[in-house]
Design a protein around this ligand. Structure first.
Ligand code: NAG
Ligand code: NAG
Ligand code: NAG
Length: 313
């Protein structure tokens, strides 16, 4: 009971801070009563490394890091194709350096052979990739194709953001590379305006329609703040932007589920500020703040209270 009362009070504090931080944006879109009851009963939520618990229980999983892509010029046929193409290259295919190994030999074989969603669904590489990469792309034998097709139990997706895709009219035809082959130029803003689109929702619907609706776990989704050493801890805890990000993504995820996408779980990244694999301590992803200069003392950010509220209701 005490928890619920505390939660209600925090709800008030959080919604108040949220309203204060939305700067005129429509607050109703982000405030409760949107909560976990909008998700199926057996849906699992977690944060940070909880995702690995899901992973370790599954023998056959494909884990993908992807953004969503939209054409920079919505009316340009070439940019529209570029957006689909980069998705084929990043998502329909699976770049080997993101692969993870496992001591389980079956998983090892599967992750080595089947890093590719298109092959996993249809037994072959995406058409756009075959036509561009041509003879440089290895071919599946009939046996390999049959072996990989339909061989995953679920798809793990790390989703953070959406990019604009523009057709690269002058791809490097001398020195080939994986990034060059996609013949796209990516950007995150247009005319000075940052991208704003329900990318996660579109990505989910695309998986439903293009890849035969496999069970999906969102194994990572979250927002980083720059680690500002001169910002007082008290101020750093007021992360209204993170709350809006999470609320927005969860709302669109629940909409996607209602429209038939087979999403089974959502794992927020990260439970606390961490040493990020490609950014070290320069960013703070946590729901919980860590004071690295003071014996790694921990504080709940407003988003931690928000997420707790969301889960309790
Ligand atoms: C949770 O969300 C549902 C659906 O929007 C709503 O009916 C319910 O009142 C909410 N619960 C709380 C405690 O806010
Ligand atoms: C191809 O790579 C070589 C060797 O790095 C470099 O000298 C050359 O300028 C590159 N050509 C193009 C078109 O990128
Ligand atoms: C860091 O925080 C300080 C104190 O609030 C602020 O004055 C400064 O603008 C911040 N720096 C950046 C890069 O946001």
């Amino acid at each position: 009971m005490a928890t619920v009362q505390a939660a209600s009070f925090l709800h008030f504090v959080i919604v108040a801070s949220l309203l204060a931080s939305t700067h005129g944006a429509k607050p109703s879109r982000y405030s409760m009563p949107f909560n976990r009851t909008s998700f199926p009963k057996d849906f699992t939520f977690g944060s940070g490394t909880a995702a690995y618990q899901v992973r370790s229980r599954a023998l056959r999983e494909l884990h993908i890091v992807t953004n969503w892509f939209i054409p920079k010029s919505p009316k340009s046929e070439e940019d529209i194709k570029a957006a689909y193409r980069i998705l084929d290259f990043l998502f329909g295919w699976w770049p080997s350096h993101f692969g993870y190994e496992d001591s389980n030999s079956y998983t090892l074989i599967v992750t080595k052979l089947c890093r590719f969603l298109n092959p996993l669904t249809y037994g072959d590489y995406p058409e756009s990739m075959k036509s561009i990469v041509g003879h440089r792309l290895p071919k599946f034998t009939k046996e390999q194709s049959a072996m990989v097709k339909g061989s995953i139990d679920f798809l793990g997706v790390n989703y953070y953001t959406t990019n604009y895709a523009t057709n690269n009219e002058a791809p490097n035809k001398v020195n080939f590379s994986y990034s060059g082959d996609s013949q796209t130029i990516l950007s995150t803003s247009k005319g000075g305006h940052p991208i704003s689109t329900p990318g996660m929702y579109d990505l989910m619907l695309s998986i439903r329609d293009k890849y035969k609706n496999p069970p999906i776990y969102i194994t990572e989704n979250g927002l980083a703040d720059a680690n500002n050493a001169s910002l007082p801890v008290k101020e750093a805890l007021k992360d209204g932007l993170r709350i809006r990000y999470l609320a927005n993504h969860l709302q669109y995820l629940s909409k996607a589920i209602k429209e038939g996408v087979n999403v089974k779980g959502y794992y927020q990244w990260a439970f606390w500020d961490d040493f990020e694999w490609d950014a070290g301590y320069t960013v703070r992803f946590g729901l919980n703040y860590i004071d690295f200069k003071n014996n790694v003392k921990r504080y709940m950010k407003y988003s931690a209270y928000w997420f707790k509220m969301f889960l309790l209701h």
